[in-house]
Design a protein around this ligand. Structure first.
Ligand code: PXP
Length: 243
């Protein structure tokens, strides 16, 4: 199972004081050094954390793949076409949200998303779409002609009781199985932390996890390299368990 480390919140800390540190470029290099498989960053329309400068430098500095999270906004799409990340992950974006609140609704926004997917693909960029774990979303993703999806683990992560968590985990498992059977490379992410990642890591059909906030937060106390190493270890340990 691969781990993508999202470094957005290093920039959140920087922007809290509008300083030039901590630098997410340094964070990306440290996460790479610690053994993660890709670096993820979300260039939001409001540029509240990551800026173009960060992404351009990270793309040049790292040797592992770079995954750009982005909306379907015209200016951001043009930026992505120029940058040519290894992968672009399309996510929904709302100005006033604290973080991405759910998957991209492919039933409602199919034609808009299709145009962006085709444009990115023409530039040779691999496209992934962040969707809620449901068959109807997966079926739409298939019609888009993409072969990577990222299942939203946000609702599972926010569960308020054991029963709720069990139900939401079951939905993710079912969606992952279905997507894999339909030929997708299945990733997962959002809200995962050192406590709740285990059950997701045990889902065989999920082959990549993208994790940000929890890793950067732990990095404040133990250092980013240790925080990434610890997450890799937990994922590996759970992956070895029989399901
Ligand atoms: N995957 C996607 C598609 C996301 O939008 C985000 C948040 O930027 C993440 C993963 C990482 O989420 P978190 O910071 O909660 O680990």
């Amino acid at each position: 199972m691969k781990l993508g480390v999202n470094i957005d919140h290093i920039a959140t800390l920087r922007e809290a004081r509008k300083t030039i540190y901590p630098d997410p470029v340094v964070g990306a290099l440290l996460a790479e050094y610690a053994g993660c498989d890709s670096i993820v960053a979300h260039l939001r329309e409001d540029r509240r954390h990551i800026k173009e400068r960060d992404i351009i430098l990270i793309r040049k500095a790292i040797c592992i793949p770079f995954n750009l999270e982005m909306s379907t906004n015209k200016e951001i799409v043009a930026f992505a076409c120029n940058l040519k990340p290894h992968k672009a992950t399309l996510v929904p974006e709302r100005r006033r949200e604290l973080t991405t609140e759910g998957g991209l609704d492919l039933v409602t926004y199919y034609s808009k998303v299709k145009k962006v997917v085709d444009k990115l693909k023409r530039e040779g960029i691999e496209v992934s779409i962040f969707i809620d774990p449901s068959k109807s979303q997966i079926n739409r993703a298939k019609r888009l002609g993409i072969n990577i999806i990222e299942l939203n683990t946000g609702r599972y992560s926010e569960s308020k009781s054991k029963k709720e968590r069990k139900g939401r985990l079951a939905k993710i498992k079912e969606a992952a199985k279905y997507a894999k059977k339909e030929g997708f490379f299945v990733a997962g992410g959002h809200g995962l932390n050192y406590e709740n990642v285990g059950e997701i890591a045990r889902i065989r059909e999920i082959e990549e996890l993208n994790i940000g906030h929890a890793i950067i937060s732990r990095g404040v106390f133990v250092g980013l390299v240790s925080a990434v190493e610890e997450m890799i270890e937990i994922i590996r340990k759970n992956r070895r368990l029989k399901t």
